[in-house]
Design a protein around this ligand. Structure first.
Ligand SMILES: C[S@@+](CC[C@H](N)C(=O)[O-])C[C@H]1O[C@@H](n2cnc3c(N)ncnc32)[C@H](O)[C@@H]1O
Length: 408
């Protein structure tokens, strides 16, 4: 299980320059926000100006988080030298590691050996500093009408998290993912997606140019051969949510030179697409030679149309946390079956009527033991899943990494 720093009381979209502070309530909890971080944890804050300036960010201690003081608001002093009309973002992090010192952002290092042991940092959206006089509190702490109206209408509803993804060590490969503070399943980051991104980051680094290192599983070897070889590779992510795994993978593949086309299609229900599109565009500079696109793929729909450049072929299917609802298993399995048995297009695949079936990579965290019926159902349509790894984080149930392949 991982812990995420977030805002129980989010910062406002705008703040009077004359105000003494910005009021927030930090929270440290699991992905579902149902389990609070048990230990005391010092929280640090930093103000990041927009446009960003280069250099190190000065983090200062804000407070010590304790679950017993969960609802306690905290005053964050305004940025030093803030000027009218400027925009600043507020970063919160737990005691920081080397990367925070080197970067101007609070980063989640996907390659860290202690990945997920400490709560993940968070970044607010820009706060505009505006003119006007500060409406204080009446004696007794009661807010005036004007100040409560202002506070109510201006709370932020989105946050960002920044991921250091480089597999070759450059300092600037940073993926930024926007998520919503609401509980919509498709608009926030989940443990499984995060664990799978970290797993891919660490495994790809092991796969040096001269060939694989430290891989003993034949199917796992085949997976990375498909992802990193000089052959073209078509990937489809199902139930992608914010798009994190596909975007991180695109940035990782970009750092590995290949002359062959690499296509990643990140898919979800229609409600998820605008946020995925935003996240793809926000990180577009990181994957100029990898094609990354978003599209609707609803498992309940019977037929799925792939983009023409896919030539009706999928090499790797990627899924993270798509197993939380056993009622959706029949449609998910039907979707997998149809992607595993795509007929070759006669015009492009002449002489090869049965293309190699895809491999399916799945990140799974158990919420209920009944979810494990998925492997049996998959077997029933000719797909064999085996567990190839597990990622523990800060305790609790690990995220399991499973690899599915066609039964021969
Ligand atoms: C728990 S979220 C996981 C998101 C992301 N993979 C991650 O790990 O961060 C489950 C995702 O599955 C998607 N989903 C649920 N039912 C679906 C369906 N019938 N067709 C396509 N996607 C679906 C949801 O919209 C949501 O984005």
């Amino acid at each position: 299980m991982f812990y995420y720093i977030s805002f129980l009381r989010p910062p406002p979209c705008s703040c009077l320059l004359s105000a003494p502070s910005v009021l927030i309530t930090p929270q440290i909890a699991n992905d579902l926000r149902t389990e609070l971080y048990d230990d005391a944890c010092d929280l640090y804050f930093a103000w990041l100006p927009l446009p960003p300036t280069h250099g190190t960010v000065g983090f200062e201690k804000l407070t010590t988080w304790r679950s017993s003081t969960l609802y306690k608001p905290v005053d964050v002093p305004l940025p030093r030298n803030v000027k009218l009309g400027q925009q600043w973002r507020l970063a919160l992090c737990a005691p920081f590691d080397g990367h925070h010192k080197k970067h101007e952002l609070p980063l989640i290092d996907l390659a860290a050996t202690d990945f997920g042991n400490r709560p993940f940092p968070v970044l607010s959206l820009p706060i505009s500093f505006i003119s006007g006089s500060h409406v204080g509190r009446a004696p007794g702490g009661k807010k005036t009408k004007a100040s409560s109206a202002l506070t109510k209408s201006e709370k932020q509803e989105e946050i960002e998290r920044c991921f250091f993804v480089s597999s070759t060590g450059e300092v600037n490969t940073v993926v930024t993912i926007k998520e919503q503070t609401s509980f919509d399943l498709d608009k926030k980051i989940w443990d499984s997606g995060l664990a799978l991104s970290s797993w891919l980051r660490r495994k790809i680094a092991l796969f040096k140019d001269e060939g694989p290192v430290e891989h003993d599983l034949a199917k796992e070897l085949e997976l990375f051969a498909r992802l990193l070889s000089n052959e073209s590779c078509n990937l489809a992510c199902l139930g992608t949510g914010t798009g994190l795994v596909g975007i991180a993978l695109a940035a990782l593949l970009q750092t590995r030179q290949s002359l062959a086309p690499r296509n990643i299609l990140v898919t979800d229900l229609p409600s998820a697409i605008p946020l995925i599109q935003h996240n793809i565009s926000a990180n577009a500079g990181l994957y100029t030679s990898v094609s990354l696109a978003a599209d609707v793929l609803d498992w309940d729909e019977v037929s799925h149309q792939l983009p023409p450049e896919y030539n009706n072929r999928i090499d790797v299917i990627i899924m993270a946390d798509v197993t939380y609802n056993t009622a959706s298993f029949p449609s998910l399995i039907r979707t997998l079956k149809s992607l595993f048995s795509l007929p070759a297009q006669s015009s492009t695949e002449e002489g090869n009527p049965s293309p190699t079936p895809p491999l399916a990579l799945l990140a799974y965290k158990e919420r209920d033991p009944s979810e494990r019926t998925l492997w049996e159902m998959a077997r029933g349509v000719g797909i064999h899943f085996e567990q190839i790894d597990a990622i523990s984080g800060a305790g609790g149930d690990p995220v399991e990494i499973w690899l599915g392949s066609a039964v021969v």
